[in-house]
Design a protein around this ligand. Structure first.
Ligand code: HEC
Ligand code: HEC
Length: 426
């Protein structure tokens, strides 16, 4: 693992990539105006209230290709949402379609998307683990370790902004630039290999048809902009709301065990305060959906570290502060969804907590005590820690109940849904 320098640069790179991409890879976004404002535009999405998917904006402008008359066949997309889930927000210039989702599913699992053909998105986002990977931190296609734990993609359609701590990544389309083109660290390493990678896809038996079906209005749909759009459409379909908790919520009182029902109450109790940060249908912090009028940002320091007695997190990753340079943003990260959390360990932004039982113990203590090593310090004393992480005391039974409740958020169908599975394994 390297020192902080390269990582700070990596973040700067991510921001620069966005601007770059908006400059030359995304002519139609620029033409559309508002959506390219990666630096300031996060709050401006008035489009949020319009229905998803149906606007079908004709975005052929930059290529000059005439729109294909689809014979009155609208690019209809019907969300199949769990009860209580709002319709996801979808950018106007990338409406959902079954053909784009299918193309995205292939691309997601295709190692040919990495320069050296060793890694796909699916290498770090495995369906059986709710699209996390079971590692503390993953390595990219060239073997360099990343500094952050692979996130679950459970309900990423609603994540806002994307990733553990980067408010400059408001959309999936933009976030996907990082694994594709990020250079420090390299993930898929496509940068500088674009033509080679597009060539591989063009020469493949399946892709010409898949791309043509997904982007029928384009003469040449083989571009990274279209790849990102298709990947984003696919990731938007990773919606999970079929856990025992959901069945219980829908009226099936037998769906949860007694212990899980007690755990549900404990989770929502004022003593624990979990629900102040993991709330709503997704048990997460701020979300964005089609009806969102004002996006809000929510990042918290949960007292995992205090390496200098003044609240510092390890230099390898100091969270939101790296983007905002606000001293009080030290160690602030996004409150991830808790859906499927039983299968997404290890936990936290750096994968430093091995089990859910340990996570609960840390909250119970009001922060983590790191006893020795370079990161030694008492996170409970961190001055930047949220007031909601103040500690509490549970009996052994209550601890077990809370754990049982978190396990009741696992959606087995999601973990095996063939619509989300690897098409190359079929
Ligand atoms: C080498 C491992 C690796 C690869 C390959 C990878 N990811 Fe990730 N992914 C991560 C890590 C680590 C994070 C958390 C990043 C952060 O917080 O900075 C992440 C975060 C994400 C998120 C944010 C989820 C959220 O809720 O905020 C999305 C979406 C995502 N990845 C999609 C993809 C897609 C699509 C691909 C393929 C183009 C991909 N990833 C390839 C490791 C990987
Ligand atoms: C102040 C807001 C806040 C409160 C209160 C809070 N959490 Fe969290 N939670 C977070 C944040 C932020 C993270 C990610 C922290 C990090 O990675 O550094 C997180 C991470 C987690 C994780 C790991 C998720 C993952 O995918 O790695 C679990 C599990 C969790 N919280 C459960 C709980 C439970 C149970 C409670 C109540 C006892 C609780 N949280 C209270 C904000 C909060």
């Amino acid at each position: 693992m390297a020192s902080d320098g390269p990582y700070r640069r990596a973040l700067a790179t991510a921001a620069a990539l966005l601007l770059l991409a908006c400059g030359d890879d995304l002519p139609s976004l620029d033409a559309a105006g508002s959506s390219s404002g990666a630096t300031t535009g996060a709050g401006s999405s008035g489009a949020g209230s319009s229905g998803a998917g149906s606007s079908g904006a004709d975005e052929t402008g930059s290529t000059g290709a005439p729109p294909v008359d689809t014979d009155g066949d609208p690019p209809a997309w019907a969300w199949d949402l769990p009860p209580g889930f709002p319709e996801p927000w979808v950018p106007e210039d990338n409406p959902m379609s079954a053909a784009k989702v299918e193309l995205g599913r292939h691309l997601f699992y295709d190692v040919r998307l990495s320069a050296n053909e060793t890694q796909s998105c699916g290498s770090c986002h495995e369906q059986a683990r709710a699209f996390a990977d079971g590692k503390v931190v993953p390595s990219g296609s060239t073997g360099t370790a990343l500094r952050r734990n692979s996130m679950t993609l459970t309900n990423a359609a609603y994540s806002y902004p994307l990733t553990w701590a980067n408010p400059l990544l408001p959309t999936l389309e933009q976030q996907i630039l990082v694994p594709l083109f990020g250079e420090s660290p390299v993930e898929l390493g496509a940068s500088g290999h674009e033509d080679e990678i597009l060539g591989r896809l063009r020469d493949d038996a399946r892709y010409p048809e898949l791309f043509a079906a997904a982007f029928p209005e384009l003469d040449d749909p083989f571009t990274f902009e279209r790849i990102r759009q298709a990947l984003a459409c696919f990731v938007r379909t990773m919606i999970s709301g079929g856990s025992p908790y959901d069945r219980y919520n829908a009226g099936d009182t037998t769906a949860l065990t007694e212990s899980q029902r007690r755990g549900l109450e404990i989770f929502h109790s004022e003593a624990l305060q979990c629900h102040h940060c993991h709330f709503g249908f997704d048990f997460s912090g701020a979300v964005k959906h089609a009806g969102t009028v004002h996006e809000s940002l929510a990042y918290h320091n949960t007292g995992l570290y205090d390496v200098d007695g003044q609240g510092a997190y390890p230099v390898i990753d100091q969270g939101l502060l790296e983007i905002t340079f606000e001293p009080d943003d030290m160690g602030k990260f996004r409150a991830q969804t808790l859906r499927n959390v039983a299968v997404t360990g290890p936990y936290m932004h750096d994968g430093s907590v091995a089990t859910l039982a340990e996570v609960i113990a840390i909250y119970e203590r009001g922060g983590r005590l790191v006893e020795d090593g370079p990161n030694a310090g008492d996170g409970a004393q961190n001055p930047h820690k949220s007031g909601f992480v103040s500690g509490f005391t549970l009996t052994d039974q209550e601890r077990e109940d809370l754990l049982a409740f978190l396990e009741a958020l696992t959606d087995e169908e999601f973990l095996t849904d063939p619509r989300l599975s690897d098409p190359f394994a079929e």
